[in-house]
Design a protein around this ligand. Sequence first.
Ligand code: DAH
Length: 340
Amino acid sequence: MTILHSIDELKNQFDTDVLNGKPDKDAFEEIKRKYTSRKGKIAELFAQLGSADPDIRPEAGKALNELKEYITIKLDGLSAVVSDNTEVTAADQLDLTLSGDPFPVGSIHPLTKVIEEITTIFTKLGFSLAYGPEIDTDFYNFEALNILKHHPARDMQDTFYVTDDVVLRTHTSNNQIHMMENHDPPIKVIAPGRVYRNEDVSVRSYCLFHQIEGLYVDKNVSMADLKGVLNYFAREFFGKNVKTRFRPSYFPFTEPSAEMDVSCYFCSQNGCNICKYTGWLEILGCGMVDPEVFKSVGYDPDIWSGYAFGMGIERMAMQRYGIEDIRMFYEGDIRFLRQF
Ligand code: DAH
């Protein structure tokens, strides 16, 4: 019998021992000793290797090393399931074909979902995406947007001041200025992000929330372009049957300015406390970029015209998912978040 046969035989013997033995701790130790100790079966064959026929020696060496590895791995697996004096059945042995335990997978936050949905709609219309700073100077958040110091419009937004000159941005409109400062027209961009206001926390307002700013600057841009884009957006986001209306409004950085309302999702315009029995929900402010804003970034208002809009994300997410309390978005309650 050649050493190759002996190796084969040893493997068969080991398999039989392991399968039939149902090893408890003692039996397992015995098997381990029998095969892997210094005077065990494997060592014995290694010792014979030196006197084996030189023609088959390399092959035999390789086979023996493989068998040693095979036995070591098998025994390692088995050592995990043998315990003191308990019998191990075949069923207790590791079954590598079992699928793993499922682990919980998180869900996407509803605000993230809504932001992604909205940005997708606008990118299809050719808008690109930009981000700006959440901590910004008075100039970008107010001054360059034609909200001058001591102007009563500053009262519209209760501001968190970091220093006299630095604020937590109260709206994403600061991005308009950054965009125009850094790029020559034409510009077609949307900029989502967090904004902060020092407001009393309630069902409808929170000290931080999210907005998406839109800005389009080119030659001959008109209010009709603005209405067309926003109506398209409303139908894509809220569904074909949504109604929209534009109300005249005032923002220092747009002239003329408007606010857009959409028909109330909760009551189908029959009147409810969400829309305060008006049948309408206000979702965004918009208008034609004021020439003063163009001047503050060095654009010539005689050449360039543009529109801007800014929408609150929370409002839209509440409308979309029927959420009645804005605070739910920030509490991290897993029962709430799992629903999305
Ligand atoms: N920044 C305004 C706010 O936070 C919203 C807004 C109004 C943005 C009109 C605009 C705009 O770009 O044109 O209330």
